[in-house]
Each structure stands twice: as structure tokens, then as C-alpha cells.
Design a protein around this ligand. Structure first.
Ligand code: KG4
Ligand code: ZN
Length: 335
């Protein structure tokens, strides 16, 4: 089944064509330069840019896949969660194509896309533990089968990517924060600053990133008052923050793998592009004797291949959405 995937939940406009799990094309237009001057995504600017590039991106994905709209068996579009104005651009475009060409349409949850992106390149053995770490979400799921997810933990405050973005902004490093923190950390001393482990109220597998972010802010204020806030301080704090954030994530994965008897571990979402996190999860999985599945970088950050993949699986089961399909800002999976 050949599926056209469309993703516009935040600040990436993406289109992809998949045949089952075979990626025939996957195109992403980033809006980083639009939002960088503001240090974060400006929703109004995001939807306007989606409007400008959605059609060219779809055309380019079709061209690379050597497919025409008449060859497409289904359209999958991200319906939630995300910025509603952004989601609506993708949804309206998908509806327009579906209606004019009489192609089945299915709306997909962005988190399910991230979680199941691992299936594009791997065939994980169930049950496996999937951690989605992005700019808006940090959650761990036990995956027992396709569509059969149990949410076992999530962040109680900031998402991991949000913490990377906020700390980068605090240190004047620019946006998006994750890649720039990773880059400058390479020349920093990750052991210079210590962070206390966040105190989690109830959930054993839950996360918290607001404490570490506040701790960075206090360290910066202290350094400024002592006149030691310089380039060395910035890269050392970035490196120490990255090490601590990765440590918190891996610690929860380890606990959950042991407690739930998972046969494998997968990470996905934008923060899963972080090499320190990838390497730490690989070595922790080895130590625990379980498989480790990590999607390629291009399937970790926002993309439409993950939406087309999940959409194809649902379309095969006969699932369809009507042209009344609407966007939703919030929608969990696995509850
Ligand atoms: O999944 P994603 O592309 O979009 C959302 O659904 O949020 O994730 C974006 C997040 C941003 O917060 C960004 O700073 C973070 O992923 N990110 C990284 C890296 N690359 C992207 N965080 C840490 N290290 C990276 N290399
Ligand atoms: Zn995402």
C-alpha cells in the first residue's frame, strides 16, 4: 500500500511516500530560521510558513518517489497533538487531496508516529519499551503490539527537548537548543557542575526537568555576580547539563526495562538525535542484555515518514477518517 504522509504539527513541514515500511521519499522543510530570532516557535509564523511550503513539499516528495497522486492508495496526516493552526494546514491539504482524488484519509497521532518510527528500519520483538523524547513530550511506553501501548511514565513539568531549548536560550546559544548544546558540549567539561536528581512525587517512571533548568539559571546568576561568566563557563555548563539530562532519561529506562521485563528498548523524537543519549541507551541495553533500536536521525526528528508508516498500518485494517477530521492540541496515547 502506497501512502502519502503529511506532518505539520509544529515547525517542520514534511511529506513522505512509503510503500509499507519502504521509504520512497521523505522531505522536511525546517522553519528554524523563521523562529530563531525569537528563541522558540511563534505559532502564527509557523502556520503561515506551512501554508507557503506545504504544496511544494508534497510535490517534491511525490517526484522523488516517482509516484503520481493517482498511484497513492491512502493519505495519512498528523491530527494531534501540536499547534492547532499548524496542524490545520496539513489536515486541510490532506482533505483537499483526498476529496479531489477520492483517496482514503486517516488522521494520526504525532506521538504514535514518533514511537512507531522505529518499525521503519527494525522489527522490534514485543514487548519493548519506547521512550519518546521531543520538544513537547517525554514519555515511556510499554509496546505490546501495534496500537497496544501502555503509558508508564511521563514528564511532570518540562519536556526534555524543552529543557535543552530553555537552557540554550539562557546561555545565549540560539535555537533550537538541543543540537547547539550537543555541539558546544564537545569542548566542555561535563563534570564541572553537578545537579541533584529531581524529586518525583508519585510516578516511579516519571520525569522532571524544571529543577535542572532552574539550577542552570541559578548557576548563571551566581557566575555573573562573581564575574566568572565566560565562554568556558557556558560550554562547561552546557556539557554538564547534557550529561545530567541524559543520565535522568537513561536511569528511568533501566528501571522500567527491569520492572516490566521488556525485550528491547527504543528511543525516538527530536532529543533521540542526541549522540550522548543514543550511545548511553545502546550501552545500557547491552548491560541489561536487551535489544536496542534507535531510528536514523532523519526518522527521530519531526518527519512525515513516521506518519505515513503508522497511517499505512491503520489503513490496512480498514480504518478511515471522514472529511470532518479536525485538529487537537492535546492527545495522549497508551492511556
Ligand atoms: O520531535 P521534534 O523534532 O519536535 C517535537 O515534536 O517537539 O523535537 C524537537 C526537540 C527540540 O526541543 C530540540 O531542541 C530537540 O528536539 N533536539 C535535540 C537534538 N536535536 C533536536 N535535543 C538534544 N540533542 C539533539 N541533538
Ligand atoms: Zn515531534
Amino acid at each position: 500500500m502506497k501512502v502519502l504522509g503529511i506532518e505539520t504539527s509544529c515547525d517542520e513541514t514534511a511529506a513522505a511516500v512509503l510503500d509499507g515500511s519502504r521509504v520512497l521519499s521523505s522531505k522536511v522543510a525546517s522553519q528554524d530560521e523563521v523562529h530563531a530570532p525569537f528563541g522558540g516557535v511563534v505559532p502564527e509564523l509557523a502556520s503561515r510558513r506551512h501554508m507557503e511550503v506545504i504544496v511544494p513539499i508534497i510535490e517534491s516528495a511525490l517526484e522523488e518517489s516517482k509516484m503520481k497522486l493517482d498511484d497513492i492508495d491512502g493519505i495519512a496526516v498528523t491530527r494531534a497533538p501540536g499547534l492547532v493552526g499548524s496542524l490545520l494546514v496539513g489536515i486541510s491539504t490532506a482533505k483537499g487531496i483526498a476529496m479531489s482524488r477520492d483517496i482514503p484519509l486517516v488522521g494520526i497521532n504525532h506521538l504514535e508516529g514518533h514511537l512507531m518510527a522505529v518499525n521503519i528500519e527494525n522489527k522490534p520483538v514485543h514487548p519493548w519499551l519506547g521512550m519518546v523524547v521531543s520538544g513537547g513530550h517525554t514519555s515511556i511506553y510499554l509496546v505490546k503490539g501495534f496500537g497496544d501501548y501502555e503509558l508508564i511514565g511521563s514528564t511532570q513539568d518540562d519536556a526534555a527537548g524543552e529543557a535543552f531549548d530553555k537552557v540554550a536560550k539562557l546561555l545565549g546559544l540560539g535555537y533550537p537548543g538541543g543540537p547547539v548544546i550537543e555541539r558546544v558540549s564537545a569542548s566542555g567539561d561535563a563534570d564541572r557542575f553537578e545537579f541533584t536528581r529531581p524529586r518525583i512525587k508519585d510516578g516511579k517512571y516519571d520525569f522532571s526537568f524544571s529543577g535542572i533548568k532552574t539550577s542552570c539559571l541559578l548557576k548563571v546568576r551566581d557566575a555573573r555576580s562573581k564575574g566568572i561568566y565566560d565562554d568556558k563557563f557556558i560550554v562547561d555548563l552546557a556539557a554538564s547539563f547534557q550529561k545530567a539530562a541524559v543520565g535522568f532519561l537513561v536511569e528511568k529506562i533501566e528501571q522500567a526495562v527491569i520492572d516490566f521485563g521488556a525485550k528491547g528498548v527504543a528511543i525516538s523524537g527530536g532529543v533521540a538525535a542526541n549522540k550522548m543519549l543514543r550511545n548511553s541507551v545502546i550501552s545500557k541495553s547491552r548491560e541489561l542484555g536487551v535489544e536496542c533500536y534507535i531510528p536514523s536521525f532523519r526518522f527521530c526528528t519531526d518527519n512525515a515518514a513516521m506518519i505515513a508508516y503508522v497511517g499505512g498500518r491503520y489503513l490496512e485494517t480498514g480504518r478511515r477518517d471522514e472529511l470532518t477530521l479536525n485538529a487537537k492540541a492535546n492527545e495522549e496515547i497508551g492511556l
